[in-house]
Design a protein around this ligand. Structure first.
Ligand SMILES: [Zn+2]
Length: 430
């Protein structure tokens, strides 16, 4: 069995479920200890940083031949989202090998990449290879719950560990989408939408449930939430998405109408669910709270809205949202993270593309925007250009997007081995 497959299985067998609750999230320490063991086994001395009980992060630096060149950060989170074993065809923490796949929670998000990184640096150690530039490796806790105990803590409290890092590589990108006879798009993430978790509060006149009440907070809130939930914000094609769509329409042979990018996106198959959300701001109602008794009209009602914003839309989005919900509701921001966007050019991007082409003659690297968020949001605050590049060559019929946080999450062993070869080439040439 190859080293990367073994590493990936070992990591999956360590249940590092992040429930979002400090009392029940503990497996990250065991995962970090495992990674620390691999790194110390090859002569590195990782800093182990525990931000709360069991919330363990790891940072180490591989000295390059020329430290005056900017350092490259490679980061991966060690936590995973929960998995309900009764829904799976194998145990989610078994790391089982079946049908050419490694199965288990974290197989694509993102113990696969953690394993690729470890396998690559272990191989270098065996060969005595030293990279050109400094490479900082960072393994984080708490990505799946926003990173307060992970990446965001590290950049705030230990920025010195990332000294000199000009670029960062992490999830979610570098995977293939088969579009034709031996032609694969490799989606390299160069942008991420921003996150705004908002609470909308409606106030009204409380009173007896049997009375006439034309100032009911629940009614007012529900009207606004229903309008917002059905609203489609205008299409905005950012530079990343324009670049992506022009590649896609070219390979699919479809005319791209800039006013109607949805037609081109619909032809992408399952991947449409990833990119379909990157052509507009979105606002999805996710929670409702009001009242305490069946016959009492409450004075206040609250809804939570999960908003995802395009780069450059921080201010404009809030005014668009206000237009939809009206003036009477109070808006409280619970969580805000800025969108990211970098350009698809430069030596690092060239090296990514070259590494993919060297390992897959049918590779066509394209930039894309992730509709979700990653630890890159934290590292970008230190001025790094952030890319999602965890290379995987995938079978044409695999619904990769559905595996993220999904049932029967799994990763092809050949994809893992391909990933190590691409990563190794990239890191030797950037
Ligand atoms: Zn992830």
């Amino acid at each position: 069995m190859s080293d990367v497959v073994e590493l990936c299985r070992d990591l999956i067998r360590i249940d590092s479920t992040n429930t979002g609750d400090l009392a029940t999230s503990t497996g990250e320490r065991a995962a970090a200890e495992y990674v620390a063991g691999v790194l110390s086994g090859i002569g590195l001395e990782p800093a182990v940083l525990e931000t709360a009980k069991g919330r363990t992060n790891l940072v180490t630096r591989i000295q390059g031949r020329d430290s005056s060149r900017g350092a490259l950060l490679i980061h991966g989170h060690l936590d995973v989202v929960p998995a309900d074993a009764s829904e799976w065809s194998v145990h989610p923490f078994s790391g089982e090998l079946k049908d050419g796949y490694v199965w288990g929670r974290g197989a694509v998000d993102m113990k696969d990449f953690d394993a690729m990184v470890l396998a690559t640096v272990r191989q270098w150690h065996a060969e005595g290879y030293q990279p050109e530039r400094d490479i900082v490796l960072c393994f984080t806790a708490d990505e799946e719950a926003g990173g307060d105990y992970g990446a965001h803590y590290l950049v705030k409290e230990h920025a010195d560990l990332f000294e000199g890092c000009t670029e960062a590589i992490g999830e979610v990108g570098g995977f293939s989408v088969t579009v034709g006879n031996d032609l694969r798009l490799y989606l390299i993430q160069t942008a991420e939408k921003g996150i705004d978790w908002l609470r909308l509060h409606a106030s009204g006149r409380p009173g007896h449930g049997s009375f006439v009440n034309d100032d009911n907070a629940v009614t007012a809130l529900c009207e606004a939430v229903a309008r917002l939930g059905r609203h489609r914000f205008p299409i905005v094609v950012t530079p990343t998405v324009r670049d992506f769509l022009s590649h896609v329409s070219e390979v699919l042979g479809v005319e791209l109408d800039p006013d109607d990018p949805e037609t081109a996106i619909a032809k992408l198959g399952p991947i449409a669910s990833i990119v379909g959300a990157t052509i507009r701001n979105t606002a999805n109602p996710t929670r409702l709270a009001a009242g305490y008794k069946d016959n009492v009209i409450p004075g206040r009602a609250t809804a939570t809205i999960d908003c995802r914003t395009l780069p450059g839309f921080d201010v404009e989005f809030m005014s668009q949202l206000r237009d939809v919900i009206g003036d009477s509701l109070e808006i409280e921001t619970v969580h805000h993270q800025q969108a990211l966007e970098t350009t698809f050019d430069g030596p690092l991007v060239d090296a990514m593309a070259a590494a993919l082409r060297a390992e897959d003659a049918g590779a066509r690297p394209v930039p894309y925007m992730l509709s979700g968020g990653t630890d890159a949001k934290a590292f970008a605050t230190l001025g790094m250009r952030c890319f999602g590049f965890s290379p995987l060559k995938l079978p044409a019929d695999l619904n990769f997007a559905a595996l993220f946080h999904g049932i029967d999450e799994r990763v092809p062993t050949e994809g893992l081995e391909f990933g190590v070869r691409v990563l190794d080439r990239l890191l030797r040439n950037c």
